[in-house]
Design a protein around this ligand. Sequence first.
Ligand code: UDP
Length: 327
Amino acid sequence: MKSILITGAAGFLGSHLCDRFIREGYRVLGMDNLITGDLKNIEHLFSHPQFTFYRHDVTNFVHVPGPLDYILHFASPASPIDYLKIPIQTLKVGSMGTLRLLGLAKAKSARILVASTSEVYGDPLEHPQTESYWGNVNPIGPRGVYDEAKRFQEAVTMAYHRFHGVETRIARIFNTYGPRMRLNDGRVLPAFIGQVLRGEDLSVFGDGSQTRSFCFVDDLIEGIFKLLMSDYYQPVNLGNPNEISIMDFARELIALTGSNQKIIQKDLPVDDPKQRQPDISLAKKLLAWKPLVKRADGLKITYEYFKSIPEKDWYNKAHNFEKYIKR
Ligand code: UDP
């Protein structure tokens, strides 16, 4: 049986990856320090004979027993409000955490895929973004902690590939949504759905003309799986090129949920990218992959998921970051 270590296992993408690799017949070692992850996302796996969970912070030395074939490094705060609250942890997991896992991959002769991000392109001056674009990132702005950690992650991953011959893969993940996002993680989709559920007006930041392109989680997981199994070590964009303005997205959600909330405008966060759309030509050619789930269908599934969470549990997922902050 092949073994895979998945960091960030209790998070949104990590937990879906655990499910996928269990289904594929792997021994899955899930690792998470639960700073933004939630055990509820993987509790259905605890009794599964192929699954083991380690509560561990990957910025410290990582040890796992036995042979390891693959590593997926998905541990990181991923929402702008999270990395504003825990900037140093965000920097550490992308830099020190990635170094630990590359070291582990080298020691175990395992292939490692790291979760990079469209944020490496910053507020892009090229549209859509291809992998050859170097980006437009403000290193010292509030988002810099995430963007630069992920850019370092790519640099160190390529260095381990070139210098140590480690088998590495880099996925540049664009906005992804679906069940198991945190209702209060601040990202636009859970924010809007939370507001619909509470009967509040939808908060559009700025004039809402900024765009994003949203990929349903099942499509993304398929792309990650195919990239891991490929022999391509350069970065690959994974996302859905179907682009929409945030204002239209709010209107779409109001129509979909049949709610009668209004839209209110709030201040645009600092360095909020004005537009974002992946060019996925490379993934299409290399992996024979493209997203299949239409936004209307994906949003419906996601809304039903959030509706199914009892109101009393909505904010059980709130995390107490204070306890992690050493001053
Ligand atoms: N946004 C918004 N209202 C919200 C939350 C986010 O208008 O309540 C906007 C945000 O300013 C950004 C877009 O939605 O332009 C996507 O934000 P998100 O935090 O989901 O992720 P990002 O793509 O910026 O990393």
